[in-house]
Design a protein around this ligand. Sequence first.
Ligand code: OAD
Length: 237
Amino acid sequence: MKDIQNIVILTGAGISAESGVATFRGPDGLWEGHRVEDVATPEAFARDSDLVQKFYDERRAQLATVAPNAAHLALAELEAKWPGDLLLITQNVDDLHDRAGSQKLLHMHGELSSAWCLACDGRSPFTGQMALDPACPQCDQFGHLRPDIVWFGEMPYQMERIELALTQCDLFVSIGTSGAVYPAAGFVQSARHYGAETLEMNLDPSEGSFHFHQSRMGRAGELVPAWVEQILSHGLC
Ligand code: OAD
């Protein structure tokens, strides 16, 4: 087993499932009742901004009712104790990794608790309801805020930094993601191409499961703390 120094971890909706946040493609999926084109594209926002704002307002309000679970907490503990480099990339727009204490964290698909002002281009922390057309905290103009969420057809955030990290990591770990949405679904192939060990932890095999050296199937709330304990004790995946 190779010596592990640099770890890149990718998380998806599955890591927040045990906190009570619905996944996207599960039986009670978030999109139920909404076609993705109606709520998660720039075209949908241009067509019916009220529908889109209310959809994300509901998701944002839900954050107050959920809490980080054992998997989020274990990853924050790993970051605090790991002597090498670590980068946590999440596709999730919830704030559960932040609240668990992770700091070396990228929200590649944006964040519910951030507002993007299309008038001044500023991004601000946000907890209220955008459907009420509040003023931008930075430029004070009304009616120009949109969720700071990466919609289909838009470029995920911080891709240059992510690609660099993937070339430099010794271990790439994917947790709770179906592997259905690119570019995140391709990170395992990039990391492996540059020589990383690769590990998947998911309830079911993801679409790209065969790309991983090792797959562990089960609940993130059980698998992740066990893996963190293992890697902190032995330095191995
Ligand atoms: P998905 O809903 O596509 O996949 C969630 C994965 O988590 C599935 O493979 C489940 O088997 C797994 N899962 C469910 N419960 C779990 C548990 N308790 N422990 C471990 N795994 C569990 O969610 P994502 O892969 O995150 O993009 O979806 C990717 C992107 O698609 C999202 O970021 C979002 C969506 O469109 C944007 O909003 C831009």
